[in-house]
Structures are given as C-alpha cells and as structure tokens.
Design a protein around this ligand. Structure first.
Ligand code: AMP
Length: 358
C-alpha cells in the first residue's frame, strides 16, 4: 500500500524484521532505544500484548500516533485489569477474583467455586501460566505452580463452543466485523479455526453487539479480537445472552489469519488502514475457510517436507520465519478455502497430517 514499515523488537532478524524496510533491535524497556524508534515513524502499533505499555507511552510522548492507544494495551496485558475494564464496560465475563496470596486463593474459591482455573495476571498466553484446580486439595499446588505471582481465579466454564470475533474500528468511528469463527484449542493453544462458525444468527448478532460496545467504551482505533465462550443456554441472572468474554487482544489475532485468503480485506490490511487513518475495508467473506496451526512439534525430525502440504491444491502455507522451533511455539499456519467450512477444515487437517507423516 506504499507505506514504509519500521519494526522494533529485542531480536535481530525477527519475523517482521525480515520484511520491514528498517529493523530496530532493542529492549522494550530501554527508553532511549524505544524513543529513537518512535522518532523514526509517524504511526505506531503493536502485534502482541506483552510489549511494556511504557513503550507505547514513549511513542505517544514523541508525537507518534499510537493505535490502539497505550491505555488499551495497558488494560489488555493484565488479566485482572482486562476483566475489571470489561466489567466497567458492562460486558459479560467469567466469574473471577484477583488473588495475591494463598489465603486470598482460599477466599476466592469460596465465591468462584470449583473447578476453577488460576491464571497469572500478567504475561500469560496460549495456556502459559495457568493451573486448573479441581478440588480443595489442589489449592496449594496450583498456587506454587504459578510461582506466587498475582493471579486471577476464574470459574471453569462448561462451554459449548469457543468463538471469536475480529473487528476493526477507524478514527471516524467506522466499524466492521468479520464473520464469527469457531476455535478449537489443544493444551490451551489454538489448534484450528473454522470460518464461519456454525451458530445461530442471534449468537452472531450478540457477538457483534458486544464487540461494538467494547470498541465504543474504549474509543478503540485499530483491530481487536474478542474471544468468547458460548454457553449452552442463556446466562443466569436474567441478563440474556449466551456469550461470555474470555479475553481480548487489541491486534490482529491467530483466529483471524484466514482473512488473508478468505475475506475481501485481511485483518492485517485493516490494522494498517486504521493505524494510518483510512476507513476500514470490507470484511465480507469470499469463501468458507479453515486455518490450521503449525506448531514447533512438527519440526522434531527436522524441517517438514512442504511439498507434501503443497500437493493439496487449495492449501496456502504461511511460515513466520521464527528462528527456533520449540514444542508449542506457533511457527506458521495453513489456510484452506472451500465451498463449505467443513470441507475446508477436512482438507486443512489432512494437509497437516500429510506433513506429520513426511
Ligand atoms: P486463555 O489463555 O485465557 O485464552 O486460555 C486458553 C484456553 O484455555 C481457552 O481458549 C480455553 O480453551 C481454556 N480456558 C481458559 N479459561 C477457561 C475457563 N474459565 N473455563 C474453561 N476453559 C478455559
């Protein structure tokens, strides 16, 4: 689109660095280095939440446009802040309590109930920093496993499906949502996404309305993904609705990668559009799609044989250029588009299995 891209991260030759016009390397908490980077750009965004919000504040201080705003990054990078922000916005979340000691945990269990999931408040993603507590005997073990850091205790939700919605909001308040998608996780890590989700239209309308409410509450400009638990029946308390928000990510999300092939405008183009003050593009879906993740395990016996995968005529391979493959690390993904979402998923899973056999 004619923009020049600068990127900043602690590693050299990072995935974005490999394609950016200029790669800056430095610690996220090195103010001088972040300042030099911020001075080199007109607009700034981030593509994961664990960038200290101080970096965004420095960008704002240097006069760069920062989208989404640093305050939104600050809220999203800590589960407790995120949940209290969602509650303030009147949005439905799991029942939760903040916990900062073993005795807090004992009290929290009284109100949240068991089974529950204890999660570190900061720096958790893909199931890192989580411990399930089945009964009272598990309290101490869970607390020790997470290293005594500030945590959130959440009621375990017996969900019917996990869904997510990626939306974009421009500076003029223009807003567009992609179709709601279904996500399946293995070991708390996203395994695949099917677009669109097979759910009733009311559920899609509910998700979109909650997303709009969130964006307007935050005055968000950018792309945000909202992850939901779909309950099998309406929530208690007469509030209606079948969705609870699990978490939000104010950036393009793994469950939106299918939009590269499957939608008129990809989530990455939306990020660029919103950050640069352009109107949001069309979120219309062109074809049903499935996205299947490729994790580091696939590299156990060396580089997979990509020819096996690419013998599937509809499979599109995306490799992120991450240096080292580690189990559980997201190294890339496959997208398949097809006449139906079920057919796309079947082909995507078959393509990945072909790689596993290679
Ligand atoms: P998170 O990092 O919070 O998104 O958690 C990763 C995955 O763990 C979710 O996508 C769910 O599959 C599962 N999970 C997390 N929290 C809960 C919960 N409160 N109840 C049931 N499953 C959960």
């Amino acid at each position: 689109m004619g923009y020049s891209i600068h990127t900043y991260s602690p590693e050299r030759n990072s995935p974005t660095g490999q394609i950016a016009d200029r790669e800056f390397t430095g610690a996220y908490d090195d103010p001088a280095s972040v300042r030099a980077f911020a001075r080199s750009v007109d607009a700034l965004t981030f593509e994961f939440e664990n960038v200290p919000s101080m970096a965004a504040e420095i960008g704002e201080g240097e006069g760069a446009i920062v989208r989404p705003a640093g305050a939104i990054l600050y809220a999203a990078q800590n589960r407790l802040r995120e949940k209290s922000m969602l509650s303030k916005a009147g949005l439905p979340t799991t029942t939760y309590r903040g916990v900062s000691s073993l005795s807090d945990l004992r009290e929290a269990v009284q109100c949240v109930g068991l089974p529950a999931i204890l999660k570190t408040a900061a720096f958790g993603y893909d199931g890192k920093g989580q411990s399930r507590i089945a009964d009272d005997r598990g309290l101490e073990g869970a607390w020790d496993a997470l290293g005594g850091q500030p945590c959130v205790l959440e009621a375990e939700v017996n969900f019917e499906k996990e869904l997510s919605l990626v939306v974009a909001r421009g500076e003029a308040g223009d807003f567009a949502a992609y179709p709601l998608v279904e996500n399946r996780h293995v070991n708390h890590i996203l395994d695949f996404t099917v677009a669109p989700a097979e759910v009733q239209p009311e559920v899609c309308a509910e998700a979109e309305s909650l997303a709009r409410q969130l964006c307007e509450f935050l005055g968000l400009i950018g792309v945000v993904c909202i992850e939901f638990f779909l309950l099998s029946s309406m929530r208690e308390g007469g509030k209606g609705g079948r969705l609870l928000i699990n978490e939000i990510a104010p950036r393009p999300h793994n469950s939106g990668h299918w939009t590269i092939e499957g939608a008129v405008t990809s989530q990455f183009e939306q990020q660029l559009r919103t950050v640069c003050g352009l109107r949001v593009g069309s979120t219309e879906q062109l074809r049903s799609a499935a996205m299947v993740n490729l994790l580091g395990e696939l590299w156990l016996r060396g580089e997979p044989d990509w020819k096996e995968l690419l013998s599937f005529a509809d499979a599109k391979l995306h490799l992120y250029g991450k240096g080292k493959a580690r189990p559980g690390r997201k190294m890339g993904h496959i997208t398949v588009t097809a006449a139906t979402a079920a057919a796309a998923l079947e082909a995507g899973l078959a393509a990945r299995s072909a790689l596993q056999r290679s």
